[in-house]
Design a protein around this ligand. Sequence first.
Ligand code: UDX
Ligand code: ADP
Length: 463
Amino acid sequence: MKITKICCIGAGYVGGPTMAVIAQKCPHIQVTVVDLNEQRITDWNDPNTDNIPIYEPGLSEIVAEARGRNLFFSTEVEKAINEAQVIFISVNTPTKTYGKGKGMAADLKYIELCARQIAKVAKENKIVVEKSTLPVRTAEAIKSILDNTGNGVQFQILSNPEFLAEGTAVTDLLNPDRILIGGDTTPEGEEAISALVDVYANWVDKEKILTTNVWSSELSKLTANAFLAQRISSINAMSELCEKTGADVNEVARAIGMDSRIGPKFLKASVGFGGSCFQKDILNLVYIAKSYGLNEVADYWEQVIIMNDHQKKRFSSKIVQTLYNTVADKKITFLGWAFKKDTNDTRESAAIYVADDLINEQAKITVYDPKVSKIKILNDLNYLETRSAEENHATVSTFANAYDACKDAHAIAVLTEWDEFTTYDWQKIYDSMHKPAFLFDGRNILDAKKLEAIGFIYNGIGS
Ligand code: UDX
Ligand code: ADP
């Protein structure tokens, strides 16, 4: 089977960049990305590709090249489903906020809705690809909906998890470590797998395209994220010990990272990991383990989250303690709000929780982030429901540049590792601040010695 038309449901951080790269690399395939959110689609179609709704280095250029040629963004979900041979499901699967599994299990309502929509519309056999990270055995549920509510057509369900990291999505998509495709071991399943392999083979070496059964593929994605997050919690646990003992966590990370069995990546101590995946996927893993009665397995992975929450709390407590145990009415400037650099995504960003703690202590928060708007910052805080939207609005202010944001501040907290922060005239910032001037580097990106020589009271993570 040769694929010529692809539909992707969900024009978010996964669907948008992934489909843009498929379209760029496969000009012979028509790729249509659909979303229920009309504003999102309008933004993807903005004539100026710098205004597309997702900021990722290199993405706007790819969209400019492929959009209108073989890449389309549309709200006509049913039409796109009907025309395509392959349908990717890239809708969001947040942690449930209600009912059974609340706070742990993945909320599959958007996935189920997609499956029902596909079942309703499809008049010919289709390949349905799970792109969103999903609990193991979701493919089975999708298949059951498709087979029992559809028009009698045949569906093949593939699991093809996305491993891109935000901020580096384009390079990750262009040069993936591997592509994973899980499918049924029946002849029809194998035919579907092979059709999808052919799509990726347009730019990825065949040796890097791994095929497995569906369950292995689904579980591999959860496992990869759990292992990555575990490394961060492990180094963050050591950071607290370093602070007590006089060791420097950056030196420890470097020393252990040179052991080829450990490797140097994902050993940066920080204020805590954020993003839409790590916490959600681990909670999901914990929930699955518990549902099979595997309590030790569940407890083991839950500790990664417990450590991460502790790291965020520890950071805000340290600010309060260092500022003489009170931050009431003090101005604390956050540099960075996104969960990592080079993205405008703020989901689960440590900044949200640190700000929430400090506002509880009656601090005034000022934020500068190169890519995050005030509306998004306030939405993030309002979502926690700790206090009214009016109170958040009265407490948080934002500035269009760091120099203005830091003026008269009692303390600066670096929450995101944006490169530009390392290029600032820190003397100038120091001169404009309240004295003594404190700096809490939640990402260990600044030069502690230089800042201390200027006069800052510097606090990094793990030293
Ligand atoms: C992650 C996975 O890396 C990716 O493969 C998967 O598809 C989705 O989840 P993402 O969340 O976009 O990607 O970014 P990632 O680079 O993994 O960073 C996650 C969080 O961990 C960020 O808040 C980052 O700042 C933090 N982090 C990362 C650290 O604190 N220390 C590190 O050493 C690495
Ligand atoms: P991710 O990081 O997983 O890509 P996002 O929240 O950025 O998550 O994107 C998911 C997108 O999926 C959103 O834009 C949302 O509007 C869209 N979506 C959710 N359910 C449906 C659906 N049934 N049909 C079309 N789009 C949907």
